[in-house]
Design a protein around this ligand. Structure first.
Ligand SMILES: C[S@@+](CC[C@H](N)C(=O)[O-])C[C@H]1O[C@@H](n2cnc3c(N)ncnc32)[C@H](O)[C@@H]1O
Length: 369
C-alpha cells in the first residue's frame, strides 16, 4: 500500500477517507474559528496531492480554512489559526511547500509550519501546545501501518484540552497479522473472536477499552476498498464533537452511519427508499431500538441522559428522534415533563448538547385485561 501511494491517483477508499476528513473539518472549523485560537495538526501529511493533482489532507485543510474564513468575514488577529504539517519523508515536504504556496490565500494570515519530522518527535514537540487552555486542536494522523498511533498515543491526546482526533487504521491488515509479535505489541486482539466485516468497529472498541476510565469518546467509520477493510477512528472529549462526527458518518451512510458497505450484511443496506417486503430491517437499527427500550425502562432517563446514550451508541439525535417518535406513536413510550410544561409536545425530545433537562422518557406499562 505504501509504495507509490502519491505517485498514482487516489483510489476510491482513499477518496472516501479524505471526504470524511473534509466534512468533519467543515463542521468543526466554524465552532471554534470565531471564538478561540485554532491549531490543526496533520502529522502524516504527504506531498499535498496525488499524481493527478487531487488534493490530499493538507490542501483540504487549507481549502476548508479559507472557505470558513470567508464565511465568517475574516480572521481575528487575537485568535490565530496555526497549521502544522509534518511527514518523515523530506521529498514529500519539499513538494508540499510548493503546493501550499499555490493553495494558500493571498492574505497569508494563517501561520503554517511545514517540517520533515517523524511522527513520534512531532507529537512530543506539539503536546505542550495541545495542553494549553485557550486553543482548540484537531489532530489528523493518516498513518500507513499501525506502528505509530497506538493506544498510548491516543491516551496522550485524550488528556489534552479541547482536542479532537481522526486517525486511520488498515484494520483487515491488523486482523491478518494479529499474531505477529510486532503487531501484538501495538494492538493486541490476538485472543478475540472477530468477524471480518466488523473488524474496524472491533478495533475501535479495543482502543476504547485501552483508555480505561479516561472520558474520551471514540467512534469508527469503516471503509471497504476492494477486499480490504480500513477505517477512520474519531475521538473527542466532548459530546458535541462526537455528534458532529456522527452527522458526517450518517450523511455518508444513511443506513447504518458507519461504513461504505453493508457492515452487518443487511440486504436492506443502502435501499431504505425502496420497499422490499421482508428486507426492510437493518440489524443495527433493530438492536438499537431494543437498547433504547431497555435504557428507558431501567434508567428512566432525562433528555440529557438520552442525548449521551444515543451518541455513544453511534446514532445522531435526528436518527434517534425518528425511532423514539415511532415508539411514542405506537404507545410504547411516553415523555413526562420535569416541571414547566404540563404536557410536553409529542415528538419533541430536546436532544442537544446545550439543552436543559426538561423531560423524562418512560416505557408505558401495558394494561393487563
Ligand atoms: C497515507 S500517507 C498520508 C497521505 C496524506 N494524508 C494525504 O492525504 O495525501 C502516509 C504518509 O505518512 C508518511 N509517514 C510514514 N511513516 C511516518 C512516520 N513514522 N512519521 C511521519 N510520517 C510518516 C509517509 O511518508 C506518507 O506520506
Amino acid at each position: 500500500m505504501a509504495q507509490g501511494f502519491h505517485d498514482q491517483e487516489f483510489g476510491e477508499g482513499t477518496q472516501i477517507k479524505l471526504d470524511v476528513f473534509r466534512r468533519y473539518l467543515h463542521a468543526w472549523l466554524p465552532v471554534f474559528m470565531r471564538k478561540s485560537s485554532v491549531n490543526i495538526f496533520d502529522l502524516f501529511c504527504g506531498p499535498g496531492t496525488d499524481k493527478e493533482g487531487n488534493p490530499g489532507s493538507p490542501i483540504i485543510i487549507l481549502e476548508e480554512v479559507k472557505a470558513c474564513c470567508q464565511n465568517i468575514g475574516g480572521l481575528n488577529a487575537q485568535r490565530p489559526i496555526r497549521l502544522f504539517f509534518s511527514d518523515k519523508n523530506a521529498a514529500n515536504i519539499q513538494n508540499l511547500e510548493r503546493e501550499v504556496q499555490k493553495a494558500r490565500c493571498a492574505q497569508g494570515c494563517c501561520q503554517i509550519d511545514i517540517a520533515s519530522r517523524d511522527f513520534a518527535s512531532a507529537l512530543a514537540m506539539h503536546l505542550p501546545k495541545m495542553r494549553e487552555k485557550n486553543a482548540a486542536n484537531l489532530v489528523i494522523m493518516d498513518q500507513f501501518g499501525v506502528s505509530d498511533v497506538t493506544p498510548k498515543e491516543v491516551r496522550q491526546l485524550a488528556g489534552c484540552n479541547r482536542t479532537d482526533i481522526l486517525f486511520f487504521i488498515p484494520s483487515s491488515h491488523v486482523l491478518r497479522f494479529r499474531n505477529a509479535p510486532s503487531f501484538k505489541s501495538k494492538i493486541d486482539i490476538s485472543e478475540q473472536n472477530i468477524q471480518y466485516n466488523t473488524i474496524h468497529r472491533h478495533i475501535c472498541r479495543y482502543f476504547e477499552e485501552q483508555l480505561g476510565d479516561v472520558q474520551f469518546y471514540l467512534s469508527p467509520f469503516s471503509i471497504k476498498d476492494g477486499k480490504d477493510i480500513h477505517g477512520i477512528i474519531f475521538g473527542s472529549g466532548h459530546l458535541l464533537g462526537l455528534e458532529k462526527f456522527l452527522r458526517v458518518c450518517w450523511d455518508c451512510d444513511p443506513s447504518t452511519g458507519e461504513a461504505n458497505y453493508a457492515i452487518d450484511k443487511d440486504p436492506a443496506w443502502g435501499r431504505r427508499d425502496e420497499f422490499i417486503p421482508g428486507l426492510d430491517n437493518l440489524r443495527k437499527e433493530d438492536a438499537f431500538v431494543e437498547q433504547l427500550k431497555g435504557f428507558i425502562a431501567t434508567a428512566y432517563p432525562n433528555n440529557l441522559d438520552m442525548y449521551r446514550f444515543v451518541l455513544t451508541k453511534g446514532y445522531t439525535p435526528t436518527k434517534a428522534g425518528e425511532l423514539l417518535r415511532v415508539l411514542q406513536k405506537n404507545g410504547l413510550m411516553e415523555v413526562v415533563s420535569l416541571g414547566g410544561e404540563k404536557n410536553p409536545r409529542a415528538g419533541a425530545f430536546y436532544l442537544r448538547h446545550n439543552a436543559v433537562a426538561s423531560i423524562r422518557f418512560k416505557m408505558r406499562t401495558m394494561d393487563v385485561v
